[in-house]
Design a protein around this ligand. Structure first.
Ligand code: ATP
Length: 232
């Protein structure tokens, strides 16, 4: 479904991704793990089109997205829930959710209900300014807004960041529910064990390169991964 090949990008003169190869097949949950600064967020930003690509290619289904603008990618079925959430604090919760569907012309009522079913707290607070939500609730809102795009592929950057353990479990459950409903997911997580335990496959990134990849269960068992990322 998604094929990234030889991807290179830079911030000004500083190259931060040095030739990334990664694929995501339809129906999979794929997890990307790696230390701070490895380039995970930058890779997600390249796939969603907010970070320009210097070399290499990004294909999604039959389309070459390498130089496509970000709104074109939303139209093709890619939604990005960015690190740091980037919700609109002055707008109501429901207004934020509706913004996730900005490129759609069909009826979004059922999708709004789906988000409220997955995250009932958002229904309770639907008329409140999004800025008044707790950190965990804002994280749910960012994921809910991505769901409103009715994506085929969701890019989730640190969905469990800063959340209490009970909320982490809730988010992981939502991710598997979305997969069961036919969404494909690429997930960046600091919480490597939790993310790999719900994933089909995983990639490990170090300083702008993929250093390991494979089935999630094999990565969890790999001594290099256990030592570096799973605290073993
Ligand atoms: P984190 O988990 O801390 O977000 P990451 O693996 O997502 O880490 P990136 O945020 O993609 O890593 O950062 C990769 C490299 O690019 C780092 O060296 C970082 O300092 C640098 N970088 C990130 N954003 C910018 C920017 N806007 N301008 C310049 N350098 C940047």
């Amino acid at each position: 479904m998604l094929e990234v090949k030889g991807l290179v990008t830079a911030y000004g003169p500083i190259e931060v991704l040095h030739g990334i190869d990664l694929t995501v097949n339809e129906g999979e949950i794929v997890t990307l793990v790696g230390a701070n600064g490895a380039g995970k967020t930058t890779l997600m930003r390249c796939i969603s089109g907010v970070q320009p690509v210097r070399a290499g290619s990004i294909r999604f289904e039959d389309a070459d997205l390498t130089r496509a603008p970000d709104h074109a990618r939303a139209g093709l079925g890619i939604a990005h829930s960015p690190e740091g959430r980037q919700i609109f604090g002055d707008l109501e919760v429901e207004e934020n959710l509706r913004l996730g569907a900005y490129h759609r012309t069909d009826d979004i009522t059922a999708d709004l209900q789906e988000v409220y079913e997955l995250f009932p707290i958002l229904r309770d607070k639907c008329l409140q300014p999004a800025g008044s939500l707790s950190g965990g609730q804002q994280q749910m809102l960012a994921i809910g807004r991505a769901i409103m795009g009715k994506p085929k592929l969701m890019l989730l950057d640190e969905p469990s960041m800063g959340l209490a353990p009970v909320l982490v479990d809730q988010i992981l459950e939502v991710i598997t529910t979305l997969r069961d409903r036919g969404v494909t997911l690429l997930v960046v997580e600091q919480n490597a064990f939790a993310a790999l335990s719900i994933a089909d496959r995983g990639y490990v990134m170090e300083t702008g390169k993929i250093t390991l990849s494979g089935r999630a269960r094999d990565l969890i068992a790999d001594p290099r991964v256990r030592e570096a990322y799973l605290g073993a």
